[in-house]
Design a protein around this ligand. Structure first.
Ligand code: GAL
Length: 667
């Protein structure tokens, strides 16, 4: 399936010519340098509000007019941003309600960015107005190819407007019935029963912060508020420029917004990718990043995503910002493309002369010329990307899915009990993703309400909370021949964090897995149990369920404690499918061996039949195969036949050596 918006890979990034308004010769130099660097696109206007509306109602688009024309004359696509990510000082001064109120109840003063109130009618009106002006002005401009809405929506506001909006949101959710809310929040506990909606406030450190159901509502309300803010932003764009695709840039696995939900409102998913390469754990960092790419790719089935930002060298916001070794950023960009990105974009094109980000990596450094290591790297990559047009729009189907669900992440974070310190939901999902990724088996990363039916195997680590309908969907999937893996603490609560009664896992999941989970043990640091599986001993850490097999076959048993010899890994045949329950947490060892057994058992297809040295990773997109080396050593891949090396334009076969931080792309 191919569905892209361009016929080539977009190579460019954030460009802030408004910072160089008094030096027009720099704009001309930028065009020359962009051509040299094989840059074909620029994202502009992200933080340009104070430039285009210097005073309320006074507009000056002259700089945007000029730069749009100039970019077009130079053959660059423009991704035009709406400016709501940072407002001009006059706006904050005149309308303080646009400023965010922190959890403390104190309203912020003007400053920094990404900190507007999500509800303020005035801010929404002002944003809509400026967006309308932008759309009207540039609707016929040939350079305009995409809208970039705001920048990295994030955070929350606790002002009175937002509190009131929260109460209204709750009234809708609970059918205007405060007793329903009392029941769902279990307000009989600690005498919290309410008799009026006005008694509800946002969760706060010095207020209510122990009602997990309420915190889940707040998370969802904040997420919905961002989406409704976004919908307000894009209404004029949809009307005036209906053919221009719309995106907004997401931030990794940021949990303040349910990105899986938000993605439904976008034409194209995009995200800002800043792996911590400077931490000296490149292989692990690459695995984490691959997972995130796959999560974003999976949000729009059949469609590529954009890597809207990345740094061409270092960032400025780590404690210590080490320069990445040569080749690593290029490899990181290639990884994005391998996993489904149709763009490689940077923050930013030219380094700022002043301000907070003047030491953040950029394609053009303060020296202003092209004779730098970073510029050479970017240019080389740009030239290589031009050779990869065959992957554009390509989306590869996966046979394996990992359920990583934003809302389950909230629920896992909020509940109190068992092991309260070792909860890292994302890390747990990545652990299960890794064995497939390392073997070269493509994996989708999906929410629990995605369609399971197209997968041979669905793994749902730590699926603690079940959204409505999930029990039936898992049951139906397995019954019809699907293979499903659940782990400890599966199916404990519903969407309001209310425990399922009648034994865990919830309802008929007990039949699907053929197990009943009676208790859960938590292991303090340093205390371990063990599990024997296939004649090998594995460590149990942090948490484990004590389960009874009720129809399931035990594949592994606990080695110690009062639950010694009780089942720890089970398999159950249900309908035409199989359900596995892995009752304990382990480091990668067990997960790797167990997943490798599943790969064999279900004959899960590798992306391509290459023989990889340990440490090399492979990914297929369309007919193009990417082999990547994130290790510090030379590695070898043995090809099963002759391929065309797309970068060098030569035929390759047999064994190929891949240098550290390097890659091979073949078709
Ligand atoms: C991003 C942001 C950019 C820039 C960059 C620096 O999160 O969208 O505007 O600040 O970080 O790494």
């Amino acid at each position: 399936m191919a569905k892209g918006f361009f016929d080539h890979i977009i190579h460019g990034g954030d460009y802030n010519p408004d910072q160089w308004i008094d030096t027009p010769e720099i704009w001309d130099e930028d065009m020359r340098l962009m051509n040299l660097a094989h840059v074909n696109s620029a994202t502009i206007g992200i933080f340009a509000w104070s430039m285009i509306e210097p005073e309320e109602g006074v507009y000056d688009f002259s700089f945007l007019d000029r730069i749009m024309d100039k970019l077009h004359e130079n053959g660059k696509a423009v991704i035009l941003s709406t400016p709501s990510g940072a407002r001009p000082p006059w706006l904050a001064q005149k309308y303080p309600e646009v400023l965010r109120v922190e959890e403390s109840g104190i309203r912020n003063e003007f400053g920094v960015r990404h900190n507007h109130c999500l509800t303020s009618p005035i801010y929404r009106e002002k944003v809509r107005k400026i967006n309308t002006m932008l759309a009207e002005r540039y609707k016929n401009h040939p350079a305009l190819k995409m809208w970039h809405i705001s920048n990295e929506y994030c955070g929350e506001c606790h002002c009175e407007l937002c509190q009131e909006a929260f109460r209204e949101w709750l009234k809708v959710k609970y059918h205007n019935d405060i007793e329903e809310l009392n029941f769902k929040w279990w307000n009989g506990f600690w005498s919290h029963r309410m008799n009026d909606w006005s008694q509800i406030n946002s969760p706060k450190f010095r207020g209510e912060n122990h009602v997990s159901a309420m915190k889940l509502c707040w998370n969802k309300f904040v997420s919905d508020s961002h989406i409704s803010f976004f919908e307000n932003e894009i209404a004029p764009l949809r009307e005036i420029t209906p053919d221009i695709p719309i995106t907004t840039n997401f931030m990794k696995l940021y949990d303040g917004i349910d990105y899986q939900d938000f993605a439904k409102h976008l034409d194209l998913v995009s995200w800002d990718n800043y792996p911590a390469w400077d931490k000296g754990r490149n292989v692990e960092e690459a695995t984490d990043t691959a997972f995130v790419h796959d999560a974003f790719r999976s949000m729009k089935e059949g469609q590529p995503f954009f890597m809207m930002e990345s740094t061409p060298s270092l960032v400025n916001w780590h404690d210590v910002n080490k320069l990445p070794r040569t080749g690593l950023q290029e490899l990181s960009s290639i990884q994005a493309v391998a996993h489904g990105a149709d763009s490689v974009q940077y923050f930013q094109w030219r380094k700022s002369r002043g301000g907070h980000e003047k030491y953040h990596g950029a394609v053009v450094d303060h020296c202003g010329h092209e004779n730098t290591r970073v510029f050479r790297d970017v240019s080389r990559l740009g030239a290589n990307l031009e050779k990869l047009s065959d992957v554009v729009g390509q989306y590869s189907d996966s046979k394996v899915a990992i359920v990583y669900d934003w809302q389950n992440g909230w629920a896992v974070k909020h509940f109190c009990g068992f092991n309260n310190i070792n909860r890292n939901y994302a890390a747990e999902c990545i652990k299960w993703y890794e064995p497939f990724y390392k073997k070269g088996i493509s994996v989708d990363v999906i929410p629990m309400d995605a369609d399971f039916s197209k997968y041979d195997l669905v793994i749902a680590p730590f699926l603690y909370m079940l959204k409505e309908g999930t029990i039936d969907r898992i049951e139906g999937y397995v019954k019809n021949g699907g293979n499903f893996v659940g782990t400890y603490l599966t199916g404990m609560v519903d969407e309001d964090d209310m425990c399922y009664l009648g034994g865990f896992p919830a309802g008929k999941l007990k039949d699907v897995f053929g197990v009943w989970q009676e208790e859960t043990d938590s292991l303090p640091e340093g205390i371990r149990n063990s599990v024997s599986y296939n004649g090998k001993e594995y460590t149990v850490e942090h948490i484990c369920d004590i389960i009874h097999a009720q129809g399931a076959e035990a594949l592994g048993e606990y080695g110690k404690d009062f639950y010694k010899n009780m089942p720890a890994v089970t398999k159950n045949s249900y309908g035409k499918g199989k359900a596995f329950y892995v009752a304990f947490r382990n480091d990668e060892d067990f997960v790797r061996d167990f997943c490798n057994d599943l790969i064999k058992k279900f004959s899960l297809p590798l992306d391509a039949k290459l023989t990889l040295d340990d440490g090399l990773v492979m990914r297929k997109r369309g007919d193009v195969i990417f082999v990547m080396n994130f290790t510090d050593d030379e590695k070898t891949v043995t090809l099963d036949k002759e391929y065309n090396d797309l970068i060098n334009g030569e035929a390759v076969s047999g064994s190929v050596t891949i240098a550290p931080c390097s890659y091979l792309v073949i078709e």
